[in-house]
Write a protein that binds this ligand. Structure first.
Ligand code: BES
Ligand code: MN
Ligand code: ZN
Length: 505
């Protein structure tokens, strides 16, 4: 789908479909008003007859609107004007694209981004339109022997702006939205792939391909390399698997100057059986999504590289399967991490932290400005925050606040949980420096406490995406989260550092 911005009035568009909004009850937006005027009251007449109230999510497709230059007009219900917020805007765009895909229209011109929205400018609405549009047209049918639904007709989307001033600043916003959507699609594709295809080796190959496309530097550490570095914790998870573990590092340089990088570390367990502490059978297939943190790192790197964002970013992905086997790690085993700290593995299903801790130590070599790890780490996070918000924990309050602002801007929710010292006690081991589990209480926090013992040398934040990275049930599939949050965080960072550099010179 191709997107563009065009200034001009809705009634002047020779489009296959012009899309305009209607508030409840039966209140035309400015663009709808303009269409109604040229059609001599045809649209308001239809509303008066009771064919559309303007309820949120409703749509009405009109053909042959009198005197209109376009072939169709799609009315999109926006709900009550007073209640029109972020979610309602996104719902309206989603409804519009669902309806558009059911028509034969090959192109459409949308007049939704100029509808006033509290605390949001046109740029936000434009970038969200692109994101939601591409989200609602995403399909994962590569592995079906016959293609599902017929190919959608819609190929060209124009975002109509009546004021030329806004259409200029809108172009950058559109490119940002498209980059984020592209990154999310990559993350979704990788997440949705079955675990017999998406292995650690496959992820490494994806990273190498990404590096070729965007001129990044890729380094793949093999098991023997990790042994030399003393990554005993990471390797203990891989012992039960026939698939070799890898550690992927991808470097993006958007800044000429030797600016310290932001390091993103993504959990890449391509299948989590639990190991010897075997998981129950129900829904175990969903543990193919245990590499969604890794997928979000690759998606975010693709997004910022596509935008050529002026910032330095490193992506690190520890990747392995977690399998039971005669050679697998057993509960009670003690291993030595790259940091030198020893770990008593009391539950082999708490494997995410075991691979992350060595990757976090490895991150030190990049002298990071800050490190953010992203992981489907704990079932407890799903219990605490459901599928709405990712868990956010950090050793630096400013970094946490910055991530929360990005999350708010990107409509990719996160919630700050405490990382107080009192929780550290739960990780006490009688036989090693720490245990890898902290009991049932506060499972998300004690998992982060474990990681915090490996992140003392830099500013660090942890995103637990166990509840937000994928959906279960009939809509089963990866969500592409938190690519929007991470990319927005980097966009804001880049803007700040460019501003600072300008002030200094
Ligand atoms: N990948 C899982 C976390 C998970 C579970 C994510 C369910 C989404 C849904 C992780 O490796 C795990 O198994 N965590 C254990 C930790 C426990 C043994 C301390 C958990 O949450 O049960
Ligand atoms: Mn596990
Ligand atoms: Zn796991």
């Amino acid at each position: 789908m191709k997107f563009s911005i065009k200034s001009g009035n809705p009634e002047k568009q020779r489009s296959a479909c012009v899309v305009v909004g209607v508030f409840e009850p039966r209140k035309l937006t400015e663009a709808a008003e303009a269409m109604d005027k040229i059609a001599k009251g045809y649209i308001s007449g239809i509303l008066r007859h009771g064919d559309m109230e303007g309820k949120a999510g409703s749509t009405l497709l009109l053909h042959n609107v009198p005197h209109a230059l376009c072939e169709r007009v799609l009315l999109v219900g926006l709900g009550k004007e007073r209640e029109f917020h972020d979610k309602e805007y996104r719902d309206a765009v989603r409804a519009a694209f669902k309806a558009l895909q059911e028509t034969g229209a090959a192109d459409a011109t949308l007049y939704l981004a100029e509808i006033p929205l509290k605390k949001r400018d046109a740029a936000w609405k434009i970038s969200q339109t692109a994101i939601v549009a591409l989200e609602s047209t995403y399909r994962s049918d590569r592995l079906k022997s016959k293609p599902g639904d017929a190919k959608p007709h819609l190929r060209k989307v124009t975002l109509g702006m009546t004021s030329p001033a806004e259409s200029a600043s809108g172009e950058a916003a559109l490119q940002q939205g498209l980059a984020i959507a592209h990154g999310m699609n990559l993350a979704k594709d990788l997440g949705n792939l079955p675990p017999n295809i998406c292995t650690p080796t496959y992820l490494a190959q994806q990273a190498v391909d990404l590096a070729k496309t965007y001129k990044l530097k890729a380094t793949i550490l093999e098991q023997k390399d990790m042994e030399k570095l003393g990554m005993g914790s990471l390797l203990s998870v891989a012992r039960g698997s026939r698939q070799p573990a890898k550690l992927i590092a991808l470097e993006y340089r958007g800044r000429e100057k030797m600016e310290k990088p932001i390091v993103l570390v993504g959990k890449g367990v391509t299948f989590d059986t639990g190991g010897i502490s075997l998981k129950p059978a129900a829904e175990m297939d969903e543990m193919k999504y245990d590499m969604c943190g890794a997928a979000s790192v690759l998606g975010t790197l693709a997004a910022i590289a596509q935008m050529q964002l002026p910032i330095n970013v490193v992506g690190i992905i520890p990747t392995t399967e977690n399998m039971p086997d005669g050679n697998a790690t057993k509960p009670g085993d003690v291993v030595t991490s790259m940091s030198g700290q020893t770990i008593e593995i009391l539950n082999t299903d708490a494997e995410g932290r075991l691979i992350l801790c060595d990757a976090l130590t490895y991150a030190e070599r990049y002298e990071p400005e800050a490190v953010i790890d992203i992981a489907t780490l704990t079932g407890a996070c799903v219990i605490a925050l459901g599928h709405v918000a990712s868990g956010l924990l950090s050793n630096d309050d400013d970094l946490a606040q910055e991530l929360l602002r990005a999350s708010e801007q990107a409509v990719d929710r996160a919630w700050h949980l405490p990382l107080w010292d009192e929780y550290q006690e739960q990780l006490k081991s009688n036989f090693a420096d720490m245990a890898n589990i902290g009991g049932r209480a506060a499972g998300t926090i004690t998992a982060a406490c474990f990681l915090s013992r490996f992140t003392k040398k830099y500013r660090w934040a942890h995103l637990d995406i166990a509840g937000t990275a994928w959906k279960s049930g009939k809509d089963k599939g990866a969500t592409g989260r938190p690519v929007p949050l991470l990319t927005q965080f980097l966009i804001s960072r880049a803007a700040q550092s460019v501003k600072k550099a300008k002030e200094a010179s």
